[in-house]
Design a binder for this molecule. Sequence first.
Ligand code: ZN
Length: 449
Amino acid sequence: MDHKRLLMTAAILFALPICMTAQDFDDCFENRTLRLDYVFTGNSSGQSIHLSEALSGGVWAGRRHSLDTVCLEGNGKIEVLEKGTGKVLYVNSFSTLFQEWLSEEEATKTDRSFENCFQVPWPRNPVDIRVSLMDIRGEVTASLTHPVDPADILIRPVPVPPSSFRYLLRNGSPAQCIDLAIVGDGYTAGEIEKFYADARRAVEALTAHEPFSTLKDRFNIVAVAAVSQESGVSIPHRGIWKKTLLKCHFDTFYSERYLTAGSMTAVYDALAAVPFEHILVLSNTPVYGGGGIYNAILTCSADHPTFPKVLVHEFGHSFAGLGDEYYYDDGFNPMYIPEKEPWEPNLTTLADFSSKWADMLPPDTPIPTPEDSIEKENDVRRIWNTIPEETRQRLNGHLGVYEGGGYLSKGVYRPVQECRMKINECKDFCPVCTRAIRRTVDFYTEKAE
Ligand SMILES: [Zn+2]
């Protein structure tokens, strides 16, 4: 009796939907997308998760292998669980703006709610969905488990908007490639060609950097022309508010340059016509800013001169889960604690350094590694263009365990002195970030390193 027939017989005998292994995509799932919209609410001392709506989308763009494994831990996860057994049929990890807000002082004074949308493959049978949020210790602080029956008549098809789209890079089917969707905010109907030109510049910027240049054949990139009522996006510190489709605005958590999309459901609605796994929102503005949240969203202003650099840095966050290698020590609450190893592949607290770049270190490297005199005595960012290429390469490529990173000058360590994830001036990712990006691409496309 072949494997599938045995499976069917078992299902009939026990009247339970059974998947023999979570690796068998076709046994458990259809080539279709289940979108789940949630509202995350609460404050710094307590959070909760509420299901807002289940929707039915187009073809499944995500992976069809390693379904019960995450690439990186992230700050939260969504799991599809087999009814009755609780076996994980699919899992994906993510981070959220909501959890960033929890470390802000405001979260000690008020409750807030944040929209979050996720996509999972369409289950063939009734399943349970579990959404969990973790704190900086990796402990679950909020969790919601709810049933989804794929035959439920209240699962609404996502309306496909009238917007047009163009593929800027196409290397295979959504099943084979990583699908990145670019959507614009603050582009009026008369600015659609500008949007496509900006999206092309985004693709050029991403694919100009290693390791993306050599890995670009693993990606599909589609630009979706969404139309906003007004041109430009909201800039609260200048008193400017615009009517735009995705409600992009600066001053997120009162940080001038922190640009985010105000409505995740609007972003997902705008992308309904295309298969996608990763999202890049281009804001039609020359004001400096951006933001990247792991497996959630990347937002970037399209017309600032540093656009290509900011974009690549933020893609490091949103796609590969890279942490910031800079530090300034003025955060309200630390995001990293000594006893917990960060899940970001390019930061360590030394709690479990063997899981990081210990295998890449030259023998006898001192931990922590002393900085070069040029790094110690200067604000390297300001003098980067004046220092010799050889020195730049050493600062970017000489691996160690340098103290300072993840917004903290003490207790968090980074792999090199200067990296694409530390300063905009440095063109290249460090060797640790490069390996992390390669591993992420391999994870999604199932190709060995
Ligand atoms: Zn790095």
